[in-house]
Design a protein around this ligand. Sequence first.
Ligand SMILES: Cc1ncc(COP(=O)(O)O)c(C=O)c1O
Length: 395
Amino acid sequence: MDDRQRYDRATAALEPPFAVVDLAALRANAADLVRRAAGKPIRVASKSIRSRPLLERILAMGGFRGVMAYTLPEALWLARNGLTDILVAYPTADRQALAALAGDTRAAAEITVTVDSAAHLDHIEAAVSEVRPRAELRLCLDLDAAFVAFGRRAGALRSPIREPHEAAELAAAIAKRPGLRLAGLLAYEAQIAGVGDAPPSNAARARLIRVMQSLSARELIVRRGRVVNAVRQLADLEFVNGGGTGSVDLTTREKAVTELAAGSGFFHPRLFDFYRRFTGRPAALFALPVVRRPAAGTVTVLGGGYLASGPVGPARAPQPYLPAGLRYAPEEGAGEVQTPLLGQAAQDLRIGDRVWFRHAKAGELCEHFDALHLIDGDTVTESVPTYRGEGRTFL
Ligand SMILES: Cc1ncc(COP(=O)(O)O)c(C=O)c1O
């Protein structure tokens, strides 16, 4: 039985649109991440999962430790539901959530919030001053891990802190403020972890990416090491987090890094097909029903316009995956309520048949569905709620 037959059979009782996770693929992807991390623990990026029960399942597999959350309200919700060791990896300006954190000793022991400037410290202090904080707040210093050369920059625009003296200055400022404690350091090299080094049919671009990534890795190993040394003079760092799905095998080699992060690698969405060092298995899919056949060689499915965030372009559209050989109509793309699909494979599709898609990214898929149906072999063994299915939309 091929994957399409297996998925069709497992979900025969469900009416599309719906989303599924192939557990065998998920387990294989998780095991490969653990292998590539070579002994260091991986913090699980919740933005790429967005389902509490699935997050818990992944954390129960060996090799993973802690959650990398994306908002403080999310982290508070996870902590109150029993998850532990949660790093909010993006700064928060949410005064109410900061006040709630400071007033909740148990949550404050499990949650670390990210800062990159004295302005963040001021904001946090102002937010918690209104509640007479009961708990010390754990902070993580975010370091800019981008590559800068020849007046150009590759990588995410995150922290303004790049150099050891800048990090030391912020660490010293934290040490002076009662109620705040520096517990960790974070440096995410998006230009390596999130940029495939084997872009399709573009050899010149591939060469450029590989040169940039290798220079960047060499620069970062030195700078990250120096920054961590400088900060360790001033604070007892419990963790130094780095990397992402595309780089765990490289980042783990750095002595200064104590743990990795990964999220996308579990679902292995479309954008992660273009790396040389690993190949994952598509684990999260959504099914849309064929609702009409407007012309020969064309079918139309319901919905489909689940576009991914990031620089706008065709790479952000979902991939029509099974049956293979379907493509978008250029003038319509993936539509809001209907999506025409062209190609040889359309000939054999009838009203009510399913077309299986992959999202370009990982967790954003879950903002469109209440549940993920978990497929083991050719059966749905369980259906678990997404964040949205639990009535939670954090972003
Ligand atoms: C701080 C941080 N670490 C790691 C990652 C890597 O996540 P993924 O494994 O999904 O590429 C991200 C993704 O944006 C991130 O923001």
